[in-house]
Design a protein around this ligand. Sequence first.
Ligand code: DQA
Length: 147
Amino acid sequence: MKFLIINGPNLNMLGLREPGIYGDRNYATLCALCEEWCAAEGIECELFQSNHEGVIVDKIQEAYDKVDGIVINPAAYTHTSVAILDALKAVAIPTVEVHISKVSEREAFRQVSFVSYYAARTIQGMGFEGYGEAIRWLKGYITDSGN
Ligand code: DQA
């Protein structure tokens, strides 16, 4: 089983970026943890980060027929990108949406998620651990439902 873990804009700035909201650990630490969590489940993992919407769309399209599951934190594009939603719908790969912070308790503009229209589950407010929860849940979802 192979998962693609996608992180959107400004998540490469973790550690420096608003540590009161996102914590003081950096993107390299997040990647190392995701690799560990995938390895523990026997899942091959590809990590990808981009600050560009179209590059994320291209990456999702390239995943067609190559990956079994997608874990995505679309970051700010969560709240704006119909293009990322449509790419996920096009490839029809089981997907979990993750947010480090508890977006439901933040600004009004963060209350809309286009990706949620497709994602099988949304995990928020668990910090980096939310990616671990997403990896384990998605494996079960794919295995149990034959997705
Ligand atoms: C985020 C929440 C988004 O609203 C924000 O734009 C991000 C990160 C999160 O992980 O909590 O960049 O997706």
